[in-house]
Design a protein around this ligand. Structure first.
Ligand code: GDP
Ligand code: MG
Length: 211
């Protein structure tokens, strides 16, 4: 049985739905009354990729105010991938996406020096009448700024959540090709054994639309 552990960052401005996203993805629940996340929350999602391979995603849900502190560098350390979320009903949160992406890229990279694979998620698509950010704007931002893909989601209506994360997991796995015999999780995560080889960046992009 191969078990692999990946740290995935969930970032974006306050109230875009980061905590709701993690709760929906991990526990399939939704509430209207989450408390503001202070610092960072953790959650674990276990995926059975096939009969003999398990992927554990350690999700780091970082409080929206954290970008203004020096703590983000500590939070970002050793991450394998990132999800940046914004709220389609609030342009300010869309304008902040690049601030988060730049903060991320300036503080962390993969072991081969390439940027972390980063997914852009446009949340609250259920609030169509209040929407102020178009699909075109999202696509342009995603393509021009090195995101691996983007997706329109609704955490409330459970739309495109697991599909988006499955795409991200495939991207993570593509960058972490095992060579030789698999050992323990710790063995697999350490670069000194040479067991993990990071494949070069693919410029793949994927679009999932709200249904
Ligand atoms: P965070 O600060 O980014 O962690 O945001 P929260 O997860 O705390 O969510 C902020 C508010 O947005 C809460 O009241 C949620 O119920 C609400 N919310 C989250 N996702 C959605 C969604 O897809 N649609 C709607 N309508 N509301 C959402
Ligand atoms: Mg939160």
């Amino acid at each position: 049985m191969i078990e692999r552990l990946f740290k995935v960052l969930i970032i974006g401005d306050g109230t875009v739905g980061k905590t709701s996203f993690v709760e929906r993805y991990v526990s399939n629940r939704f509430r209207d009354d989450y408390k503001t996340t202070i610092g960072v929350d953790f959650a674990l999602k276990v995926l059975n990729v096939n009969d003999d391979e398990t992927v554990r995603l350690q999700l780091w849900d970082i409080g929206g105010q954290e970008r203004y502190t020096s703590l983000t560098r500590v939070y970002y350390k050793d991450a394998s991938a990132c999800v940046i979320i914004f709220d389609v009903t609030t342009r300010k949160t869309f304008n902040s996406v690049m601030k988060w992406k730049n903060d991320l890229d300036s503080k962390v990279s993969l072991k081969d020096g390439s940027p972390l694979p980063c997914l852009l998620l446009a949340n609250k698509c259920d609030l169509a009448q209040h929407r102020v950010v178009s699909s075109h704007d999202i696509q342009e931002l995603s393509q021009n700024n090195g995101f691996i893909g983007w997706s329109e989601i609704s955490v409330k209506e459970c739309s495109n959540i697991s599909e988006s994360m499955m795409f991200l997991v495939e991207e993570i796995l593509a960058r972490n090709t095992l060579t030789g015999q698999p050992g323990s999780v710790a063995d697999e995560l350490t670069d000194s054994t040479g067991r993990i080889t990071l494949t070069p960046n693919t410029s793949k992009s994927s679009i999932f639309c709200c249904t």
